[in-house]
Write a protein that binds this ligand. Structure first.
Ligand SMILES: Nc1ncnc2c1ncn2[C@@H]1O[C@H](COP(=O)(O)OP(=O)(O)OP(=O)(O)O)[C@@H](O)[C@H]1O
Length: 262
């Protein structure tokens, strides 16, 4: 039997006598890209924080490569796990190249310094940040900063990359491009996503959270049924033929409750 890269069993988080996440079990194989979706307050970020070891569960456990995450030292964990959170506040005085190089700190001394630099420069190139490498983090736009945060995490070369809403500062085109970029690195990714339109092109699997529970866990096409999207998000989904190209469009539509009956 192959051991999943990451496995959560009966994971719960409680605060003030209330479940923020209730008995979630899931596993993630190497190379999976798992999108965690659900309405506001469903428990997505709390689940992500427990899966990445940032938050200790009230009950249940997380295993990474068969080992309990809470028994892996924070130093070793940093070799395996990178997190880009919603509330990260990188030091605005750092130059982009120095900031991205911070991703290499957990590996310090393990490989030669010149190889470290090569990894950083290659990551800057692949994330389109080479022209900005001398700029300070504080001088970047929200979208550029988001790309720099991603680059730092990619330079870390983790076994699992955790992303909490990685596209929230990006324009519609840049959102898709950023996730395409992430997918191109071939890493195992667990990402909280809000934009439902981004899920199917990016994710190999989707975990649907609703009211602290895992409502569904499947490939996007299986999970994102019209019924589920209507029930969980209160929006309609239509699959339409693209008017000029040979492909399908998925359109999410908020029903107009104010419309008079026809
Ligand atoms: N430390 C805490 N103490 C008390 N309640 C908390 C704490 N952290 C989160 N919550 C609550 O738990 C619920 C789930 O929060 P969480 O951030 O996980 O949801 P989410 O699905 O990521 O939401 P959003 O889409 O709005 O970012 C929310 O009602 C939130 O207010």
């Amino acid at each position: 039997m192959t051991i999943p890269l990451l496995e959560a069993r009966d994971l719960s988080a409680m605060a003030n006598g209330r479940h923020l996440v209730h008995a979630v079990s899931l596993s993630v194989a190497s190379g999976d890209r798992l999108a965690i979706i659900g309405p506001n307050g469903a428990g997505k970020t709390t689940l992500l924080r427990m899966l990445s070891g940032m938050l200790r569960p009230s009950s249940g456990e997380v295993k990474l490569g068969g080992r309990r995450l809470d028994r892996i030292s924070s130093v070793e964990r940093a070799l395996h796990i990178a997190v880009v959170g919603q509330t990260d506040q990188p030091d605005p005085r750092l130059a982009v190249i120095d900031y991205v190089e911070l991703g290499r700190v957990p590996h310090a001394g393990l490989i030669r310094r010149s190889e470290e630099r090569d990894i950083v420069v290659d990551t800057l190139r692949r994330t389109g940040l080479l022209p900005l490498l001398g700029r300070t983090i504080g001088s970047l736009s929200g979208g550029e900063r988001q790309r720099a945060q991603l680059a730092r995490a990619i330079a870390q070369q983790p076994k699992v990359l955790f992303l909490d809403e990685p596209t929230n500062h990006l324009d519609p085109r840049a959102r898709g491009e950023l996730l395409e970029l992430v997918a191109g690195f071939g890493m195992t990714v667990i990402a909280v996503l809000h934009d439902l339109a981004l899920v199917a092109p990016f994710a190999t699997r989707v975990a649907v959270m609703s009211e602290a529970r895992l409502h569904a866990l499947a490939a996007p096409r299986e999970a994102l049924t019209q019924k589920l999207i209507r029930d969980i998000f209160g929006v309609d989904v239509f699959r339409l033929r693209h008017p000029t190209e040979d492909r399908e469009l998925t359109v999410f539509d908020v029903p107009n409750r104010a419309a008079p009956p026809s």
